[in-house]
Design a binder for this molecule. Structure first.
Ligand SMILES: Nc1ncnc2c1ncn2[C@@H]1O[C@H](COP(=O)(O)O)[C@@H](OP(=O)(O)O)[C@H]1O
Ligand SMILES: [Mg+2]
Ligand SMILES: [Mg+2]
Ligand SMILES: [Mg+2]
Length: 341
């Protein structure tokens, strides 16, 4: 069994560096985002984070396939934004040129599939990032037909589950002990603080069996997950509390560390297929923490299909205790909706 210790230490340090850049930008950002051709937002931090991480991973593992969200094509059309990205990346690579940085970003054009690959979301939850709320830097490794390593940098989600969510508008960086959640298959899931001041601590999903008290989390964006459907499902399961709406894979870290028991992601439009970088790191962390993840039909997520979860519909992540019952409630609701049409 490969221990992946070299891959893990590289991933942790690369995500830490990217988190430093993202925290700087989030605190000063107005709403300076660029709209990509798919109308979704991207900021200088998304690009700089991807450049810094893919430079490190590509240098250490030059033969690995890299699958990342961003490409530099549209950035190259925006000289001012490219200049800001270059300044951010030069914090770690003082001699780097804009052209080199675009090359590092574009290393992520890989197709993925069944052979070994890394997948990166340099900022997952860009909309949350722009609202100065939750976001995650998500890096994962797929090898030998399965996810084997996942790292989630969550600058606004404290490593200590008893602490409140960090508000970057009022919490200075040096006091913001955001969490670095990580896992290697077969070796458990851990959290440490992004600032490196705390020793890693094992994390585990909630052991609660009481559905009435279950805490549900879901996307903050109603265009990313059906809020009406999740409310009906929660009610049918007897869940009493209101859902926590949160951006990014920080939701996976919440379930993995026992802050919530269920993460529902119910498709808002037929045919939408999730991107692998939106889930790989979170799935690895939550499974290693004792949780379970399937799609909304109960099928395991298949990360061998390329850049998208083409064989899956939606996502259901839980502490594993009532997973089948939760999926059955989703299936029943989908069937009753279909019968009404
Ligand atoms: N219609 C849709 N359904 C599901 N996810 C979507 C979506 N449109 C965009 N997304 C993805 O939702 C991600 C954010 O997840 P969440 O909604 O949980 O915060 C976005 O990642 P980025 O922010 O990296 O672009 C984006 O990839
Ligand atoms: Mg995006
Ligand atoms: Mg994303
Ligand atoms: Mg992203």
């Amino acid at each position: 069994m490969t221990d992946y210790s070299q891959e893990l230490s590289l991933a942790l340090s690369a995500v830490r560096n990217a988190a430093e850049i993202c925290q700087l930008v989030q605190r000063r950002i107005g709403s300076s985002a660029m709209a990509k051709s798919d109308k979704s937002p991207v900021t200088m931090a998304d690009f700089a984070s991807q450049a810094v991480i893919l430079e490190a991973v590509g240098r250490a593992f030059p033969n690995d396939c890299l699958v990342a969200e961003e490409i530099s094509t549209e950035l190259q059309q925006e000289p001012e934004l490219l200049g800001e990205v270059t300044t951010l990346v030069q914090r770690f690579h003082p001699q780097a040129t804009s052209q080199q940085i675009c090359e590092w970003i574009d290393r992520g054009h890989g197709a993925g599939g069944s052979r070994r690959y890394w997948t990166l979301d340099p900022i997952d939850g860009t909309k949350g990032f722009l609202r100065k709320e939750q976001y995650a830097i998500a890096l994962a490794l797929y090898d030998g037909g399965e996810l084997v390593l996942g790292v989630l940098g969550c600058p606004n989600l404290p490593a200590d589950p008893t602490r409140k969510l960090i508000n970057p508008a009022i919490t200075p960086i040096e006091q913001a002990q955001g969490g670095l959640f990580y896992a290697v298959r077969g070796a458990g899931a851990f959290v440490t603080s992004l600032d490196g001041h705390h020793l890693p601590r094992p994390i585990h999903v909630s052991a609660s069996h009481n559905l009435h008290e279950y805490r549900v989390c879901e996307s903050a964006e109603a265009t990313h997950s059906r809020h009406d459907a999740s409310a009906t499902i929660a009610q049918s399961l007897g869940v009493a509390g209101e859902p926590v709406r949160m951006d990014s894979q920080a939701k996976y870290a919440c379930v993995a560390s026992g802050r919530a028991e269920i993460y529902l992601r119910l498709p808002t439009r037929a045919g939408y297929r999730e991107c692998i970088w939106d889930h790989a790191a979170g799935v690895m962390v939550i499974e290693a923490a004792g949780g379970k993840v399937t799609d909304t039909t109960g099928k395991e997520l298949d990360f061998s299909q390329g850049r998208h979860l083409s064989a899956n519909i939606g996502v259901v992540a839980t502490n594993g205790i009532h997973h089948e019952k939760i999926v059955a409630a989703i299936v029943a609701q989908q069937q009753s909706l279909a019968a009404q049409q």
